[in-house]
Design a protein around this ligand. Structure first.
Ligand code: FES
Length: 85
């Protein structure tokens, strides 16, 4: 299934990027280009990262998560418990 029409990136391309360690939408873009065009697929990609459990590396790097506000160490509104430590 094509997820990103701008870059013709599929869900398999994105899953592959996640399995290789990508945990942000921008990192997915680095791998396969997905999300680097119009941006309309970025929310879906963020959901794929979240579903894979790959979004939060922890250790004070929450700002890299696609669900974060982008501010260092600011907890996510939708799952702040992950960042208690
Ligand atoms: S559809 Fe993915 S960036 Fe446009």
């Amino acid at each position: 299934m094509i997820v990103c029409f701008c870059k013709t990136a599929s869900n398999r391309d994105i899953a592959s990027a996640i399995s290789e360690g990508a945990h942000t939408v921008d990192q997915i873009g680095d791998h396969c280009g997905a999300g680097t065009g119009c941006g309309s697929c970025r929310e879906f990609i963020a959901g794929m990262i979240e579903e894979a459990g790959a979004s939060c590396p922890g250790k004070g790097r929450c700002y890299e998560c696609p669900r974060s506000s982008g501010k260092p160490n600011e907890p996510h509104l939708d799952h702040p418990s992950r960042h208690a430590a």
